[in-house]
Ligand binder design. Sequence first.
Ligand SMILES: Nc1ncnc2c1ncn2[C@@H]1O[C@H](COP(=O)(O)OP(=O)(O)OP(=O)(O)O)[C@@H](O)[C@H]1O
Ligand SMILES: [Mg+2]
Length: 288
Amino acid sequence: MSPSNIPFNPILTADDVVVDYALQGRSETFRALKGVSLSIGEGECVGLVGESGSGKSTLGKAILGLAPITSGRISFAGADITHARGAARRRLASNIQVVFQDPYGSLDPTMTIGEILAEPLTVSGTSTADAKKAVAEMLDRVRLPSASVDRYPSEFSGGQRQRIAIARALVRRPRLVVCDEPVSALDLTTQASIIDLFIELQRETGVSYLFVSHDLGVVRRICHRVAVMYRGEIVETGDGESVTREPVHSYSQRLLLASPVADPARQAARRQAWLKLRGAPEPAAAVR
Ligand SMILES: Nc1ncnc2c1ncn2[C@@H]1O[C@H](COP(=O)(O)OP(=O)(O)OP(=O)(O)O)[C@@H](O)[C@H]1O
Ligand SMILES: [Mg+2]
């Protein structure tokens, strides 16, 4: 997606965030984020790409209050939420939501879709009648039949389950959704329709996304800006088009060359370029 012309009002800012995980049975810790700074504007989709283990999910977890933050600061709508816990964190849940890769694992199989979607509303004090109305509206928005309310997650396909997970994330009208590889488990056609749904919902509601993906094609389609992570650091940020088509940092270039293309001749040329780059030293972080 081309850069948006939305005025930049940060809804979320991460400033020099460091996360250290305790290693079981050992005294030393593992530094998964080494001082990450990133901002997400209102109504913006920021992509986070990088190889497995680079720290993408950890940054998402840090925003959701699920990772041990050693230092740095995370602000949401101007308020410091770095160490928000308990009641403060529960209040934030109406504004910051998450969609994971595996919708089946995150949907309670013993609850109907109606119950799954109403729960976040009723626990925060919405009346049953209002919750029912909001659930029907939400199902319509994610293009699921209204009769879905009486069915269970196991009765839906992977793509439909992801629609349910998206509906659940959006039912409280959050301002930010952390999407952690939300289309990676889906086939290409389903992927495309779920990406279109994310784009449409963003247009309708003005919600912001942090969109984690290892697929540059997906990120190019949906994100206004992209950040590239490498070993716990952001090595490059820029608009979606240029970072995914003409990356500056050699790691981002390798990431691009490692993503497959259909044409065998182009694929062979990319492989040669990738092999050449593999030994190249890392330049300083590129930010544009
Ligand atoms: N709870 C934990 N305890 C210890 N180390 C962890 C924990 N969670 C993640 N890590 C480590 O932190 C690093 C970053 O993990 P993270 O899950 O953020 O990577 P990722 O970029 O999301 O990878 P993937 O693309 O495979 O999902 C990895 O080396 C991982 O092994
Ligand atoms: Mg991950």
